[in-house]
Design a protein around this ligand. Structure first.
Ligand SMILES: [Zn+2]
Ligand SMILES: [Zn+2]
Length: 132
């Protein structure tokens, strides 16, 4: 088991994510919700059992929207600076989608794959295999 830590921009919230093995790489998500929520062309993510994601400082607020499947997606964010450490797609059961770019050491994780490539903007080259 490995423990990765993260903290928000303002420092009011901090968290830990435990993985069974070394992170195999970020999953780039090009969906329209990620673009809106991040202001970027894609987000960096890993999928982790939710009981392995722990807030260690502060409190998070929830923003809920309906995903493509029609199921709710609950985004957890710092109420002060809006950094978003993870979200819960109800369709994924007991797993959280963790914003892996916010974890300490994120620069060294590499890229595992990409999702929502059909919504990738034209200036953005594909950098890894398409997973969905
Ligand atoms: Zn914050
Ligand atoms: Zn997305």
């Amino acid at each position: 088991m490995l423990t990765y830590t993260g903290k928000c921009h303002c420092g009011q919230t901090e968290w830990e994510v435990v993985t069974d093995d070394k992170i195999e790489g970020h999953i780039l998500c090009h969906c329209s919700a990620c673009k809106k929520l991040s202001g970027g062309e894609y987000t960096l993510n890993i999928v982790v059992p939710k009981d392995q994601c722990k807030l260690t400082k502060g409190e998070l607020k929830e923003y809920v929207y309906k995903g493509d499947s029609g199921n709710e997606v609950i985004c957890y964010y710092c109420p002060n600076c809006t950094t978003h450490p993870w979200h819960h797609q109800k369709v994924q059961g007991e797993k959280f989608v963790v914003r892996s770019g916010l974890l300490e050491g994120a620069d060294s994780f590499g890229v595992f794959g990409e999702v929502y490539g059909k919504e990738r903007w034209s200036f953005q080259p594909g950098v890894a295999k398409d997973l969905a």
